[in-house]
Ligand binder design. Structure first.
Ligand code: PRP
Ligand code: HPA
Length: 176
């Protein structure tokens, strides 16, 4: 583990049995509350993409917005919101994805990218990978190019990052 990962990992609070028995929930609020850890977190992403040609950062509702907005600002890139269904006011594209029980949907404004835009897709955490996969499909449908799918935390036992790689996506996570 590198300099960034180790100190950020220490700042993550794991809450047992939330939201239901058996789940060890990774709570990122403790990273955000810790000004040193929060700065290191954003620095890790900035360091990763600094000097690369990135047109836009696409951030996933809701915790991805926190990282995505700071990263877009630092990279001098635009910020695009991938939202849960029913939140975007203009014409949208929709992708459904599986949850443990039932399905959910993410949406993107049709004019969010120009074809060929180079995009980093950001969220706080990859679990099953369903959310990131649905978001990446939206971005590809508009014709933008996903440079990388990036998250603060990977839960590798849930297989999400592997699934994303199998779909041809490059994946970066700060810690697992
Ligand atoms: C969490 C997390 C990711 C997603 C990861 O969000 O912030 O977006 O789940 O899970 P997956 O890899 O299995 O798809 P959640 O859907 O709980 O929404 P929230 O950010 O609005 O709380
Ligand atoms: N933390 C935050 N979001 C999540 C988690 C978690 O541990 N698992 C699935 N989504």
């Amino acid at each position: 583990m590198d300099y960034f990962s180790e100190s950020i990992k220490k700042a993550i609070r794991t809450v047992p049995d939330w939201p239901k028995p058996g789940v060890a929930f990774r709570d990122i609020t403790t990273v955000l509350q810790d000004k040193t850890a929060f700065r290191k977190l954003i620095d890790a992403f900035v360091h990763r993409y600094h000097g690369e040609e990135i047109d836009a950062v696409a951030a996933v509702d809701a915790r991805g917005f926190i990282i995505g907005s700071a990263l877009a600002y630092e990279l001098n890139a635009s910020l695009v919101l991938v939202r849960k269904k029913g939140k975007l006011p203009f014409d949208t594209l929709v992708e459904d994805y599986e949850l443990e029980y039932g399905t959910a949907s993410v949406e993107l404004h049709k004019d969010a990218f120009k074809p060929g835009d180079k995009v980093v897709l950001v969220d706080d955490l990859i679990a099953t990978g369903g959310t990131m996969l649905a978001a990446s499909r939206l971005i590809r449908r508009i014709g933008a190019e996903i440079v990388e799918v990036a998250a603060m935390i990977d839960l590798p036992d849930l297989g999400g990052s592997r699934k994303l790689q199998e779909e041809g996506l490059q994946v970066y996570t700060v810690c697992s």
